[in-house]
Design a protein around this ligand. Structure first.
Ligand SMILES: [Zn+2]
Length: 235
């Protein structure tokens, strides 16, 4: 499988990147992005979920009608409502901080101070430039600073950040930052290996490419630790 590695270094120093001077096409085709935080408006949660679903339903009906589709057709007529429900109740639930997983930590009684690796966490997200799926695997590791996290919570953190319009680099950083915060350690490594349908089904239509992003901090900046992690996940 042909893969391209994307470096995150440009973002580490500078939390916000200006894309001024790039056209909308260039931003979308290069999947350039501006910030580690998902850009949200101040009034993002003024509307209730029900109101949001009603609006999305109307707008999506408008898109389908503009495309010339007959919304009286039995197969199509429920689509705007289904899309609205899917956006709010399923695929974009990670936009709402209220849905952020509550993390309980346990005392590390066994004094296990080696790396813990959780690999092959499957995720489904959506590209914020095209609103089509990004999916793949997340592999992550951390070294306990005295507390340990329930394994299912690692998975939940990944799913929370996946359920937003995303850019793979930001997704990688958001998982890393959250784990560093809740685990109270800098010793975190993340690899995201993903397929972007906006690359494979449109645009350059490259069905074989995958995109790998990585983030290493703390002890994982040492080559030996990094190699140990890569060895466990077999990449
Ligand atoms: Zn895209």
């Amino acid at each position: 499988m042909k893969q391209k590695e994307i470096t995150l270094n440009t973002l580490l120093d500078d939390n916000r990147v200006s894309l001024a001077g790039l056209s909308a096409e260039e931003i979308g085709d290069e999947h350039a992005f501006t910030s580690i935080d998902t850009p949200m408006r101040e009034d993002a949660f003024v509307l209730s979920e029900k109101e949001k679903m009603q609006r999305i339903e109307q707008h999506f009906r408008g898109i389908m009608e503009t495309l010339g589709l007959d919304l009286n057709d039995d197969s199509l007529k429920g689509t705007p409502e289904r899309v609205a429900k899917m956006y709010i109740k399923e695929i974009f639930t990670g936009l709402d901080p209220a849905n952020k997983p509550k993390i309980a930590l346990f005392e590390n009684k066994y004094k296990y101070n080696q790396m813990l690796v959780e690999k092959d966490i499957t995720f489904y997200s959506n590209c914020e430039h095209h609103f089509v799926p990004i999916f793949g695997k997340v592999h992550l590791a951390y070294i306990s600073s005295g507390k340990v996290i329930g394994l299912s919570k690692l998975n939940r953190v990944v799913q929370y950040f996946a359920k937003r319009p995303q850019v793979q680099e930001r997704f990688t950083m958001q998982i890393a930052n959250e784990l560093k915060k809740v685990l109270n350690t800098e010793d975190v490594a993340i690899i995201v290996d993903a397929k972007h349908l906006c690359v494979s089904s449109r645009g350059v239509q490259d069905d074989n490419s995958a995109t790998v992003t990585s983030y290493y901090s703390g002890a994982f900046e040492q080559e030996a630790r990094r190699q140990e992690f890569l060895h466990y996940i077999n990449l």
